[in-house]
Design a protein around this ligand. Sequence first.
Ligand SMILES: Nc1nc2c(ncn2[C@@H]2O[C@H](COP(=O)(O)OP(=O)(O)OP(=O)(O)O)[C@@H](O)[C@H]2O)c(=O)[nH]1
Ligand SMILES: [Mg+2]
Length: 1117
Amino acid sequence: MGPAGLDRIISLQRNPANIRNLCILAHVDHGKTTLADCLVASNGIISSRLAGKVRYLDSREDEQDRGITMKSSAISLHYSNGDQDYLLNLIDSPGHVDFSSEVSTAVRLCDGAVVIVDAVEGVCPQTQVVLRQAWLENIRPVLVINKMDRLIMELKLTPQEAYTHLQKILEQVNAVTGSLFMSKVLEERAEKEEKESETTSGDQVYDWSAGLEETDDSQLYFSPDQGNVVFASAIDGWGFSVKQFAHIYSEKMGIKRELLLKTLWGDFYLNAKAKKIMKGAQAKGKKPLFVQLVLDNIWSLYDAVVTRDQEKVVKVVTSLGVKVMARDSRHSDPKVLLSAICSQWLPVAQAVLSMVCEKLPSPLDMAAERVEKLMSVGARRFDSLPEQTQELKRAFLQCSSAENAPVIVFVSKMFAVDTKALPQNRQRTLTPEEIGQRRELARQRHAARMAAGQTAAESNKDHIHSGSVPQEGQPSGICTAKMENLTLKDSKPEESAEQRETFIAFARVYSGVVKKGQRVFVLGPKYDPTQGLSMLPESCSASDFVPDVPHLSCCSMESIYLLMGRELEELEEVPAGNVLGIGGLEECVLKSATLSTSPACPPFIPLNFEARPIVRVAIEPKHPSEMPKLVRGMRLLNQADPCAEVLIQETGEHVLVTAGEVHLQRCLDDLRERFAKIEFSASKPIIPFRETVVRPPKVDMVNEEMGKQHKVAIIHQMKEEGSQGRSSDNLHVDPSGLVTLTTPNRLATVSVRAIPLPQEVTCLLESSSELIRTMEQVNMSLREGKNLDINPATLEAMVGLKAQLENLLQGRKWRNAVEHIWAFGPRRCGPNILLNSVEGYQRPSVWQCLGRVDDVDEAGAQAAVLRDFDNSIISGFQLATLSGPLCEEPLMGVCFSIERWDVQSSAAPQSQDSRFCEDLAESKVERSSEATEAGPSQARRRPDAASADCYGPVSGQLIASMKEACRHAFHAQPQRLMAAMYTCEIMATAEVLGKVYGVLGKREGRVLHEEMKEGTDMFIIKAVLPVAESFGFADEIRKRTSGLASPQLVFSHWEVLSSDPYWVPTTEEEYLHFGEKADSANQALKYMNAVRRRKGLYVEEKIVEHAEKQRTLGKNK
Ligand SMILES: Nc1nc2c(ncn2[C@@H]2O[C@H](COP(=O)(O)OP(=O)(O)OP(=O)(O)O)[C@@H](O)[C@H]2O)c(=O)[nH]1
Ligand SMILES: [Mg+2]
């Protein structure tokens, strides 16, 4: 960018009323980057001939190769709309699901969004996702219906059909917005009623529609007559809103512009005789205005150009008053001529940018509601924040760049750039003076060299004069010193470029002026302004000495940049309301952060990410000595990607977790080429599984009803196994699946049963894990004697969860179960339950925090002892649920019910040996009698003796025994693996439908439904597919359908695999059907063995099954 352009942008930055921060959002391949190209070309940054071809904002090599965007990138553009000059900070975002985290980072920094929809494909899954993201961040969208040319050239629709088709697309988009709006209104109404019901009481009649009618939603929907829709073909360079045509025709036909604006889109037609616009085009079978005045013209232009009707083309060209160069009109590809004409007639940049300037809000229009949402972290209500914090809201709304305004900046991601590409290291163009200076230097050097050559020759000739320094030598000395200076300066970055990547923060200033070198507070996501304000001295600034405050640090913004797509321009300061890049934060910001000069500023709410990282690979350097480089590279990668996770597993493996296959590939490439720069090998993707138990199946593997006898047989088999392999003198498994295990020192005994949880319960627990975690924290602090004030909404959510569980866990088996939930696991918040079914043994349940402390009311010491035992049991349960017996993967949907547990009163270590026999006798008696009461009562009887042992053998052994007992209890039930499932939506034409089904079937996919997309010949297939089978799926589909279908995979849920990994044929039919080995069809066994092999666990395999056959084969060869 030239200095003039830069100056103009700098001056525009000071006028927030004319700034628009916007991002382009859409489903993958709907033309975001192509449209961005057109906008960039309007600023002369790239040639308009190349717009749509260079994809300027896709600056990475792999983005260009694959043709998809992977990183969001920003560019600042200038636009004059009438007499106003605007600054547009434009962010292009990726559409592929794998990179949806990049969309979150972009959306956060914007006030508005351009949502693009492909005119043929209509609303796609990612379109809905991005609309929701925009909605959640409270940013206003405008719509561009792109690829209009496809309606003409590919679908060959008539203008009338196209009009109907476009109406449908608008309806679809508005339906998505409508449902978002509805849920919000209902939510607000619920809140309002809650408040009202606090004040008023009495019977109320419930009116479900209330709220929806009152709230004004006309601004919300996309409609061409509202001016928030543009129809475009980015690739051909044209686009228009109804406004442009209203303008053209108001002059031509003498109809008022306002009237045309309102009637150009909709059920209106032109009565040529009366020269009037009438309503009811459809009913009267007339051409709607939009078809007659707009679409017909475009269609006939395309027709003329494509059929090479020279006469007509010339006529159109002259009537439109556009200029076409001879080389364009002669070009063999009619598209060239088309875009030459269209881009002058209806330039897309003009249409989109004027809509953006008129319809999208400026930073000054930020809604108070949005500010409160951004600032209320941790579900705290905005009005509960300290006063100084609440005052900052004003600063936000004012968006002031005054000297005394507090600086508030949000960093949404960190991105890496090559250090050499930074403006300060870039080779700058020399001014004429400098060139002159250099020339002079070079001349002097040349002269000096010549002179030196001469003197050397002379001294050679005349040795006697050695030592004498020639006069001319002096300037040469100075000269080289200068040169060294120069070259040193030039080469410095290379020498110090040990670190080749520099991290730049992708950020926005919300208030104040950011200056180069300024010091600010970095507020971590858990920073609490109340705490910060109380700990810091008054009017403390980030440049002072700052005492240690949790989650608060200071750093200086060493350099600030204007983001210009592939390039950065260094700036001195950036005022409020702008998007910018900040250098020098890599030490104190990992991925995102809030920066402020005021410690009263709360951290912004975290970005909401749509995709969860699920694909993990283990990474290992080729040469072990390069491990440190790999570790450093992975750390950098973690910082540079908003969604990738890097961790070291318990096994010591370095693991990279990514959102999907494409994301994984990009991360590996980045790691190899930029961050680690070493050779490494990545394992095959590690696929997560879950283990669970199910109810005994009713039919066998050949779908024969299992008779009672059969079941009995199975139970017998189990019993036998129990008595043979699994039963020892410590372990007892009874036929109903109750496992009783005694600790090795025989001081404690637990009896556990595993019960499958209903699926709905598992789902509920899975989705409420955050809430459960909060509940657990509250319980912890309660147990420590602290009392926490819980936010009423959270408390209510907990009560709601309990009620839901009670509702789902009905029946005799689950009587009172919810009340007795002892813990959730693993990690205290997972989808498994530990149930305290010991009769008469009252212990605090997980619902303790809800205030029902009627459970136990014991003396302190007594409670403490029991608590230690409790903790051991709960810990055992946590360990058991963390890794199950099938292949050491976490459990899911299992309830472990403790039916008895006894501890010997004499558990004190000193008495252990002497009383061993006695204990044994005692425990046996207990077990045979009705011992349910004994355990706890014993423990209660002599707490002091046991208390000495709370960290001793009993406690430790109790954990281990509990874990073992759970594992055996698990084994005693029919066990299953659960596989992670993706949902995928595939769009395909009828011809390739069969192939898509073929690939899905081969990969164990299941089609949920299939429907025809209205107005097209496309089918939409919705299917689920195990993650384990998904690698290479997208590629395979693309190959088999010659690129006509491309699926988007999103993690959806866990699903129980129906086959039993330990199944062996038992009935005659099963033998007949599967053969004796029956190992061919057992998918679960295959998965289980693969995981076991990876983890180095024992895998039961017969390697040589038919030795004789092998021998014969060998002979033949
Ligand atoms: N026919 C037609 N093709 C278009 C148009 N706009 C874009 N395309 C094509 O659509 C494809 C995708 O365009 P991109 O601009 O890369 O799409 P994108 O939305 O940026 O894709 P991602 O960034 O990967 O989500 C390219 O092959 C474009 O040439 C259009 O108006 N008409
Ligand atoms: Mg793109």
